[in-house]
Design a protein around this ligand. Structure first.
Ligand code: PDD
Length: 285
């Protein structure tokens, strides 16, 4: 099956896809992106992903109307062309190509639109059964984490630190000692039966999976609070788990030097994972 790309209006094999070295995405990370899964040939939660993409584009003042551009049709065509039953679709839109000056180029330039479609590799079932280890790292990101910007240096350095420590993910901790999210995931904890996750705002990416999990938790009548918890509270929590497009809902059983609770995936994380799988299989998305 082919891994395919789309660059500025054309589908082509991934290996042949190129953009200019003067693209502002390459020079300045002056661009935004989305990552979404498709299951059974259908893009998952396309509408919220597109709303977030529009939010990111507006925040950076990149003037591309994704509907007029026909992005939905392009995503659907890419999924069909790839032939994979489950795919990971990556979309990147940059301000475009121009001589390198920090300020926006004078006059109109055409934003660069890139997409790749690859087979979705879902984490191994054993990881969900056993749970994973995470390490905490300082959240060194800028103050607009709600924008899904391609500028991910702080995220990748944290993730690398986690991988070098034999961990699955890094939990990011802000200057006030609060857990914001993972380097490429949302973070949840359960304390005294209450599920909590950092509130939407500039500190976190408004994760689509986070939204799905919150809705599923409310449908299951679980008490939910969108409020910060500190690293210390995460350490003392009854359960901790991650959520994200590629991660789904992943229990954390080890945080830094210590097990979380009894070191086994907790009941709410397991229930929410089952509800998530059921939603992917039969939900109305
Ligand atoms: N990352 N938080 C951050 C910082 C992220 O980068 C992501 C997603 C999430 C989860 O968001 P969602 O549920 O919409 O996937 C939370 C993607 C997968 C990535 O960068 O590859």
């Amino acid at each position: 099956m082919p891994e395919i790309a789309f660059v500025n209006g054309k589908f082509l094999p991934l290996a042949e896809a190129v953009v200019s070295v003067e693209d502002r995405g390459f020079q300045f990370a002056d661009g935004v992106y989305e990552v979404l899964a498709s299951y059974g040939g259908r893009p998952f939660a396309l509408e919220p992903h597109f709303q977030r993409l529009e939010h990111s584009l507006q925040a950076l003042r990149i003037g591309l109307d994704i509907h007029a551009y026909g992005l939905e049709g392009i995503v659907r065509e890419g999924i069909v062309r790839s032939g994979f039953a489950e795919t990971l679709v990556y979309i990147q839109i940059t301000r475009g190509t121009a001589p390198r000056h920090h300020e926006f180029p004078a006059g109109l330039i055409q934003p660069t639109v890139v997409m790749t479609v690859k087979e979705l590799c879902r984490p191994a079932p054993e990881l969900y059964q056993r749970g994973v280890k995470v390490v905490s790292t300082p959240d060194l990101r800028w103050k607009r984490c709600d924008i899904k910007s391609t500028s991910l240096l702080a995220n990748i350095l944290s993730k690398q630190q986690a991988v070098e420590a034999g961990a699955f993910e890094a939990l990011l901790v802000d200057e006030e000692g609060r857990v914001t999210e993972g380097s490429s995931t949302s973070a949840f904890c359960v304390r005294q039966g209450v599920l909590s996750t950092a509130p939407a705002g500039p500190h976190i990416l408004p994760s689509i999976t986070r939204g799905v999990i919150l809705n599923l938790a409310k449908a299951l009548k679980l008490p939910v609070r969108e409020e910060f918890a500190t690293l210390e509270e995460y350490r003392q929590a009854d359960e901790v788990f991650l959520a994200g497009t590629t991660t789904e809902a992943m229990p954390i059983v080890h945080l830094d030097e210590h097990p979380v609770a009894d070191g086994k995936p907790g009941p709410l994380a397991r229930r929410l994972r089952e509800a998530f799988l059921e939603y992917v299989a039969h939900g109305d998305w």
